[in-house]
Design a protein around this ligand. Sequence first.
Ligand SMILES: Nc1ncnc2c1ncn2[C@@H]1O[C@H](COP(=O)(O)OP(=O)(O)O)[C@@H](O)[C@H]1O
Ligand SMILES: O=C(O)C1=C[C@@H](OP(=O)(O)O)[C@@H](O)[C@H](O)C1
Ligand SMILES: [Mg+2]
Length: 175
Amino acid sequence: MTRIIIIGYMGAGKTTVGKALAKETGLTFYDLDWYIESRMRKKVSQIFAERGEEGFRKIEHNMLHEVAEFEDVIISCGGGTPCFYDNMEYMNGQGKVVYLKASPEVLHKHLKMGKTERPLLKGKTEEELITFITEQLGKRETFYSKAKYSLDVNLMDDYEKIKITVKKLRELLDI
Ligand SMILES: Nc1ncnc2c1ncn2[C@@H]1O[C@H](COP(=O)(O)OP(=O)(O)O)[C@@H](O)[C@H]1O
Ligand SMILES: O=C(O)C1=C[C@@H](OP(=O)(O)O)[C@@H](O)[C@H](O)C1
Ligand SMILES: [Mg+2]
């Protein structure tokens, strides 16, 4: 039985890489945000707006316990998933957790395009965005570093290189 759990900051490529890795390996792909959206029939941004971050984290925690029971899967989490409740310890007990590690500059580059989709980044100027990423990544690193596996994705920073990322992950995780 294989269960891979991908973590890392917003914009690291968890969703993109997870999907590609599942396609290559034949494992089934679950993105925790997408799973939440389909179960709740609401966008993540809508859940944040209606229930606040606390409400979202509660739902995220419950849904994590559903998807992390599935077998032969690749699960891409949201950037905040490891940082609430005992989610990180739980994930470490459920599967191979891999941290996609990227610098604030690379994350910023990826996030510039999609910031309206992400409630925590909404309405921020360029400058505010880079400051926010740097500060929050610093705090979250404590949680992310509890992953058993980690892959630096700073140099794998374009679409053609996603294949290389997938290859490296297959070697690292032995899948
Ligand atoms: N290796 C990469 N090179 C270039 N852009 C990327 C790469 N990985 C992800 N992206 C882009 O960065 C953004 C965030 O990627 P996504 O997979 O949604 O990250 P996450 O799920 O970690 O937040 C998307 O617009 C995606 O197309
Ligand atoms: O980092 C975070 O707290 C969040 C990351 C998002 O997922 P991605 O990391 O896939 O963008 C999503 O779960 C939500 O907007 C909150
Ligand atoms: Mg994602």
